[in-house]
Design a protein around this ligand. Structure first.
Ligand SMILES: Nc1nc2c(ncn2[C@@H]2O[C@H](COP(=O)(O)OP(=O)(O)OP(=O)(O)O)[C@@H](O)[C@H]2O)c(=O)[nH]1
Ligand SMILES: [Mg+2]
Length: 451
């Protein structure tokens, strides 16, 4: 049987591989996509960096002024965080190395424990700060939730949402110097037996006095005289420190590994759906702009489009542009074949036949004046509609990894035709042609177009 440490070391390596695979998967995103996915990718890179240097992150949450920053100072043993009586003092998420923790992830030569301070949860209303706190919680290995009295509703809600991150949580009852032993015992009872039931196990609740208030000490001198002096007692965070180290010693490596694996899975899903959304939006724009281009070109000047290659080139260019949206490289020859096979599957006349027809009608139209536009308008819209269908089918093909997904092009095109509202697409295309012609001062066909 494999020893437990070796097993967890394996899962640490597996988790790191999962993060690397996630980064690899999004490497081939376009520059525009990378820019849009920047934040999520940065999160993955930060996680990779965290795992490489064996960093354990402990994130401190709680309402304003409950003593989160004071707790960090007391654990570190010096004043690194600003503490103030005024609430809302900590404005940003920030972190500090806890060198004195004396903990090292097993199997890793070096590791580091860091404490992450956050603004109070009620302060975190602003969306960017809230987002930062959420990110910190997502990357955290261990959460400290600090309260200085009985739990209120805001604290309950906030802790409940942190529980959904599936991280180990320690609840700290701070400022314990302000309570008598009896009051403290009652508070702990209410917390562990009522408020936190189902959220945090009782053995994960500790007390601390990180920045105790001055108190009066009675000092007896050697000569027997007695005097009183007000002094600040030493901070007492020993119970918290022991609980953190006990949890890390018992399952630190597994916690960090599980956390990274969950993080990688979550980011991969998020990145994948973001990329799909970006590609969908861009692909729709490309299809629509090429369909409009075709409609206007045919509508305005059927003769020019009568060039068989010129007309087909609009669809081919659309397909090449669409391939680029999916970060695929496609030759013009391949794009032309794809356009033809979609056209065939759709039962469209092949590009040549279609355009010859157009040329004939356009030639006829030229001789009959205003009638040109009466025929050009529907012809343009029809041609644009054809390109729209070709574009939608090509889009399906790229979305499915350059394949028809076992369906075959005919079936796919049938489905696209069935779900497309032809009338509204044609109507929109007619509008585009009409708009373009109305802005052409030389058309001289305003009365026809307005009809
Ligand atoms: N009596 C007592 N007061 C404490 C203790 N810890 C913190 N305080 C006081 O509580 C106040 C707030 O402490 P901070 O550490 O700034 O609290 P915080 O949660 O970081 O506050 P924000 O950053 O503003 O959200 C300060 O006046 C501290 O001196 C403690 O253990 N005992
Ligand atoms: Mg603070």
């Amino acid at each position: 049987m494999q020893p437990i440490v070796a097993e967890t070391e394996d899962s640490y390596r597996d988790a790191m591989n999962a993060v690397e695979r996630a980064l690899e998967r999004f490497k081939n995103s376009s520059d525009v996509e990378k820019e849009k996915l920047r934040q999520e990718l940065a999160g993955l890179r930060a996680m990779h960096d965290k795992m490489q240097c064996g960093r354990v992150e402990i994130v401190v949450f709680g309402e304003i002024s409950v003593g989160k920053s004071a707790l960090i100072n007391a654990l570190i043993g010096r004043d690194v965080a600003a503490v103030d009586v005024r609430g809302g003092w900590t404005k940003e998420v920030w972190q500090v190395a806890w060198d004195g923790a004396g903990y090292c992830l097993p199997g890793l030569g070096v590791s580091q424990v860091v404490l992450v301070d956050t603004p109070g949860i009620n302060e975190v209303g602003g969306s960017t700060r809230g987002e930062r706190a959420r990110e910190a919680a997502q990357r955290a290995d261990l959460l400290l939730f600090v309260t200085d009295s009985d739990f209120n509703e805001v604290e309950h809600d906030s802790l409940s949402s942190l529980v959904t991150f599936h991280k180990p949580i320690i609840v700290v009852l701070s400022k314990s110097d302000l309570y008598s032993p009896d009051q403290k015992a009652r508070l702990l009872h209410v917390l562990t037996q009522e408020r936190l039931v189902g959220l945090v196990p009782a053995e994960h609740v500790v007390t601390a006095a990180a920045d105790p208030r001055e108190r009066e000490y009675i000092i007896e001198s050697a000569d027997g005289s007695v005097r009183s002096e007000w002094r600040k007692p030493q901070p007492d965070v020993s119970e918290l420190r022991a609980k953190i180290l006990e949890m890390l010693d018992r399952e630190g490596l597994a916690i960090v590994a599980l956390n990274a694996a969950l993080f990688a899975a979550d980011k991969t899903d998020r990145l994948a759906s973001l990329r799909v959304r970006l590609r969908n939006e861009r692909a729709s724009q490309v299809v629509w702009s090429y369909a409009t281009l075709k409609a206007i070109a045919v509508g305005l000047n059927p003769i020019a489009v009568a060039d068989v290659f010129g007309g087909a080139a609009v669809d081919v260019a659309m397909i090449v542009t669409l391939a680029a949206v999916y970060n695929l490289e496609l030759s013009w020859t391949h794009a032309r074949q794809l356009a033809l096979s979609i056209g065939k599957a759709a039962g469209f006349m092949t590009a040549g036949v279609l355009l010859t027809t157009l040329a004939t009608s356009a030639f006829k139209a030229l001789t009959i004046g205003k009638g040109t536009l009466l025929t050009a308008l529907p012809q343009g819209a029809a041609a644009g509609y054809g390109s729209y269908i070709v574009g939608e089918a090509a889009r399906y093909y790229f979305e499915h990894g350059s394949s028809w997904g076992g369906e075959g092009p005919k079936k796919v095109v049938e489905q696209i035709l069935a779900r497309t509202d032809k009338d509204s697409v044609v109507q929109k295309l007619r509008e585009e042609i009409r708009k373009r012609l109305l802005t052409n001062p030389h058309s001289g066909n305003d009365d026809v177009l307005k009809s």
